[in-house]
Structures are given as structure tokens and as C-alpha cells.
Design a protein around this ligand. Structure first.
Ligand code: ARG
Length: 580
């Protein structure tokens, strides 16, 4: 179903066209009409703001323009009432019967009224992307949570989604680690190793690499061996990757994340071709023995041109080379229409340079393929500084998640004193993980946010617990009435102002999702769901459900609210609970 916003845009646009095209043919420059949701009920449901813009251009009074638009719009079967407000805004009241008809359509459709147009757009969401054997930090957690949610959003909107984990599984660091393993840990490595062992050894190897020139040399030899396809080095590398993978998987399972691993090493066979091609196209040049791409607009702090190095003087390829190869592969072979990189803000310059170079090399045509670096801020501790453990170490993701679960357990035990341990365990896991995810998703991603267990586990305010509880409450309201919703013959029909406010908000679910997909701002889903819960509470405060004349219709309104809430939570990656 087309959203109300889009339908009103169409109506207003053709009204503007009819009213002004003869006198001002350039009116097309300001179409489609600018329609927004009203912020307050007494301003109507939507608002058209185009008259003000046109007034300036046509040198007419904005209210006169608004009047002409209103005259043309009045005949539409969508609108009930139009009012000109303030300097020339048009307040639009949609016909109640239109809202009701669309709400009923949402109810009878398992996609909540969102038409499935077939898999049209191929969308790649690259997220998580930790590094083998290196510390998995909260930045990777953010990427994982945001990326999973975006993937679910695009899937729900009917895109063909490919979720990719661009694992850092290649590079000079493996030389250090392999050399270190051979020299100090060969026995332990044979016996059985975990990701955290590897992380510890990685740190130790890095320290030795920086301090001990002879070790550095041996490490570099291992890099050459690995890149040259040496069997022993390759086998060790594979084993390191496998161990890391198990560690990552554990976290993905707990977070209910599914993702396909396609690490940096996948692109190795394509790197030389990229470097040669850039050189052949005259895009790169040799500078100090390295192959560099210099592009307008990129400078160092000292105002000298900033190169993007695609091949180092020692012959090694770079992080950027891999990203160029990956971008090209995703466009040419995967036939992506849209590519989303969920990576922390620290890599903004890197992605800008990669995208610019890809355009220069004609791998990327922005008219055909949309690329977004979906960046995000850092996670802060309650002291306002970068999130660390008390001893100043980076927080291990698993520890962080387990802590949230164990705090949720205390809460669940208190709320459900008669439940057995298994039920408590399961619901605490859901509440704990949901809370971590929601706290992350509910703030604007480009902002840093403070990680606080106490705050994220609260039952009041814009939290996972509040929404989960709202969901549980709606289920119990439905249960209490005790009527099988499938047997209700009559239709949903809103008429009380609190019902209308809730109904309109429900109908705007799709508008919100489309906006989030376009601007990639998942916090708007949270905001929407929080408002939904509040609007439901107002409705339930103002309107009797059980035993009222409108019982059946109101029960359907409860049902639709619960469906939209559940779907919204699902898109955020949250699971619901039956009791809490
Ligand atoms: N592995 C990288 C890191 O941990 C993130 C990879 C981001 N994706 C990319 N295509 N460069 O910093």
C-alpha cells in the first residue's frame, strides 16, 4: 500500500501543477510537494509547506498561493478538511474512512500493508567485521547491532539482502602472530586454544615486534611465507582463523545475528589487477616507491597532498586496496544496487577516499549504485571517557553481554518469583541482550553514548524493558477480553481522538521505515515504538475495551498495535517476552 505521506504528496503536487503551470512553468522545480507529518493533532494529520517556498519565487503572497493549492486539493477523496495556517502552511486532515480502510488492510496482510514488489534491489549490508585474533571491542558490538538491524529492515522492505562480515583476516599482523606461536606457544597451540588466548598472544607478539628487531625480521619473513603460499604458514593461519571464528560465533549466537563471512583474504586474488588498472588509467603514480592515488580535496595536516597507498614500497597491498577490490566485486559480481558499510566514524576518511577513487576508476557510478558509510560514535563509560574496565583494559564483548544478562536475572527473579530457573534464565537473556541492543540503537548513531547497565535496564522511559512490558500488557489485555481475534467479523474503526491518534501512528509505521531506510537512522524506529507505546497507553486510559460497544474494533486496534510493536522490535533485533 502506498503510504499516506506519498499519496498526499501526489495529490498536492498535481494540485500545485494545475494551479500554477500556465503562469509559472518552472513550478516543476519545486515538485514533489513538501509534505510532513503534523507534530500536533490540532494541526491536522499532515502539513504542506510548499506555498511558502513558491511565494518567494513567484513574488506572491504565501497565503494566496496556499488558497489556490487548497482549492485544487479539496476534491481529493483523501482529504476531509484543509486549513491555511500561520504564514501559509496547509494543515491536512485525512478522511477518517481512509485511515480506517488502510488500517484494516494492514490487519489482513502479514506484511502490515507493505507491498512485496519482488526482490528488486540488491542491498549489501557489511557489518561487524572484527579482526582475527585481535581484540573484539565495543565498536564491533555497535557495528554488529546496527548492521543486523539494518539488514532486517531492508529484508522487511523487500530488498534482496546480502549480509557480509568483512573480517580482518589478512595482513602483516599474521606474520607477528605466527612467528610468536612458533617460538613460544607451539605446544599450547597444538593442544587447544581459545580466542582470548589468541588475543593475549597477539598483544605479546606486537610488543615484541615493536621492541625486538630480530623478532621483527623473523615476523616479516613469516608474512612473506604466508603471502607466498607456504604450506605450514597457511595451515597455521587457517587454524588461527578457525579459532577466532568460534569465538565470534558465540557472540553472534547470543546476539541472534546471522552473517556471512567474507574476509579480506577473499579479495587477495583481485588486488594486483586493481593496482595495475589504476596505474594504466593514470589514476595512480609511484611516489617513494609506493603506488599512490592522489585526489583533489585530500590533504595532510601540513597541507601536502594525502596519498591513498594501494601498493607499499615493499610490494604489500593495503587496507584500501582490498576495499577497492571489494567494492568492485560487489558491484560487478554481486550486482549490488546499494552497499552499506557499518563501520565506526574513525574510518570516515578511509571510506571517502575509497569511494572517490572508485568513482575516478569508474568502478562506481553513483547514479546506479548507492554507497553509504554508516558511521557511528564511540561507547563511553559512565565517567564520560572511552568505555574501559576498571583496570583500564578494553572490555571484552562477552563479559559485557554476560554482565547485562546477570543484572537482568536479578530483575526477572524479583518480577517472576514463582518461575523456575530455566524460565528466569531464558527471559533474563532476552531482557539483557535486548537492553544492550536497544540502548545502542535508540540514540542517534553518530553520537557517542554512555553505556549504563542501570539506565538500559529501567522499566520507564525509552528502554527495551518499557517496550517489552508494553507488549506483555497488550497481550494480557487481549487475553482478558477472551475473544478469539480471528473470529471477529466486524472491522476496525477508530473514532475517539485517542483511537485516531493511535490509528494514524500505526498507519505511519511504513512511512517511518522508509525514512529510516533512506537516511539510515535506526534510532527513529525506537522513537516510533516509544511513541506507539505511549499512544497505546492514552488510548487504553481513554477508551474502554472490554464490554464496550466498540469492543471488537478496539480489540482489533490492540491486535494491530501488538503486531506493529512486535515487528518493530524484531527489526531492531529484539525478542519479545510473554510475561515479565
Ligand atoms: N576490520 C576492520 C576493523 O576492525 C573493519 C572493517 C571495515 N570494513 C571495510 N570494508 N573496511 O577496523
Amino acid at each position: 500500500m502506498q503510504t499516506l505521506l506519498k499519496s498526499l504528496q501526489d495529490v498536492a503536487s498535481s494540485a500545485i501543477e494545475v494551479a500554477f503551470v500556465e503562469q509559472f512553468p518552472e513550478v516543476y522545480n519545486d515538485l514533489p510537494a513538501d509534505i510532513t507529518q503534523s507534530t500536533q493533532a490540532h494541526f491536522g494529520h499532515y502539513q504542506c509547506n510548499t506555498a511558502l517556498k513558491l511565494a518567494k519565487k513567484f513574488k506572491l503572497k504565501p497565503r494566496d498561493i496556499a488558497q489556490k493549492i487548497v482549492d485544487e486539493m479539496e476534491s481529493s477523496d483523501l482529504v476531509d478538511k484543509l486549513e491555511i495556517a500561520g504564514p501559509g502552511f496547509i494543515n491536512i486532515h485525512v478522511k477518517l474512512e481512509v485511515i480506517n480502510k488502510q488500517l484494516n488492510e494492514m490487519l489482513t496482510c502479514d506484511r502490515l500493508g507493505i507491498a512485496f514488489r519482488g526482490k528488486q534491489s540488491k542491498t549489501i549490508v557489511e557489518f561487524s567485521s572484527p579482526n582475527i585474533a585481535k581484540e573484539l571491542h565495543v565498536g564491533h558490538l555497535r557495528s554488529t547491532i546496527i548492521g543486523e538491524s539494518l539488514a532486517r529492515l531492508f529484508e522487511f522492505l523487500g530488498h534482496d539482502v546480502l549480509r557480509l562480515n568483512h573480517v580482518g583476516d589478512w595482513g602483516t599482523q599474521f606474520g607477528m602472530l605466527i612467528a610468536y606461536l612458533y617460538e613460544y606457544q607451539s605446544e599450547a597451540f597444538e593442544k587447544g586454544v581459545t580466542l582470548s588466548d589468541l588475543m593475549g598472544w597477539y598483544k605479546a607478539s606486537k610488543k615484541q615486534f615493536d621492541e625486538d628487531a630480530a623478532f621483527k625480521e623473523r615476523a616479516q619473513k613469516q608474512v612473506v611465507a604466508l603471502q607466498g603460499g607456504d604450506e605450514k604458514a597457511l595451515a597455521t593461519w587457517k587454524k588461527i582463523c578457525d579459532i577466532s571464528r568460534l569465538g565470534f560465533e558465540e557472540i553472534y549466537q547470543l546476539l541472534d545475528v546471522s552473517i556471512e563471512e567474507r574476509g579480506e583474504s577473499f579479495y587477495n586474488p583481485m588486488l594486483q589487477e586493481i593496482v595495475s588498472d589504476l596505474f594504466a588509467q593514470g589514476i595512480s603514480e609511484v611516489s617513494d616507491g609506493a603506488q599512490c592515488v592522489f585526489m583533489d580535496g585530500y590533504e595532510t595536516r601540513e597541507k601536502t597532498p594525502l596519498p591513498m597507498i594501494v601498493r607499499k614500497a615493499d610490494g604489500g597491498f593495503n587496507y584500501s586496496t582490498t576495499d577497492l577490490a571489494a567494492l568492485k566485486q560487489r558491484i560487478v559480481e554481486e550486482k549490488a544496487d546499494r552497499i552499506i558499510y557499518v563501520v565506526d566514524m574513525g574510518q570516515r576518511l578511509h571510506f571517502q577516499m575509497v569511494f572517490s577513487a572508485a568513482k575516478l576508476a569508474k568502478y562506481l557510478d553513483p547514479q546506479k549504485v548507492r554507497v553509504d558509510h554508516v558511521d557511528f560514535g564511540v561507547v563511553l563509560g559512565e565517567d564520560g571517557k572511552k568505555f574501559k574496565t576498571r583496570s583500564g583494559e578494553t572490555v571484552k564483548l562477552m563479559d559485557l553481554l554476560q554482565e547485562a544478562i546477570s543484572r537482568a536475572k536479578v530483575i526477572m527473579k524479583e518480577r517472576l518469583p514463582n518461575e523456575n530457573d530455566q524460565v528466569i534464565e531464558e527471559s533474563a537473556t532476552i531482557l539483557g541482550i535486548n537492553s544492550v541492543k536497544y540502548a545502542d540503537l535508540s540514540c542517534h548513531r553518530v553520537k557517542d553514548y554512555v553505556f549504563s547497565y542501570d539506565r538500559m535496564l529501567r522499566f520507564e522511559g525509552n528502554t527495551a524493558a518499557f517496550l517489552l512490558y508494553s507488549y506483555v500488557r497488550i497481550q494480557s489485555i487481549k487475553r482478558k477480553v477472551g475473544k478469539n481475534i480471528a473470529h471477529i467479523q466486524s472491522e476496525l474503526s477508530v473514532s475517539h481522538p485517542s483511537e485516531i491518534a493511535l490509528g494514524l501512528h500505526l498507519r505511519q509505521f511504513q512511512e517511518m521505515l522508509e525514512l529510516v531506510a533512506d537516511e539510515v537512522i535506526p534510532h527513529r524506529i525506537c522513537e516510533y515504538l516509544f511513541n506507539l507505546a505511549e499512544k497505546f497507553n492514552h488510548f487504553f486510559r481513554d477508551c474502554h475495551v472490554q464490554g464496550s460497544d466498540e469492543q471488537d474494533s478496539r480489540l482489533l486496534l490492540c491486535e494491530l498495535t501488538s503486531q506493529v510493536l512486535e515487528k518493530g522490535l524484531h527489526i531492531l533485533g529484539l525478542k519479545t517476552l510473554d510475561r515479565m
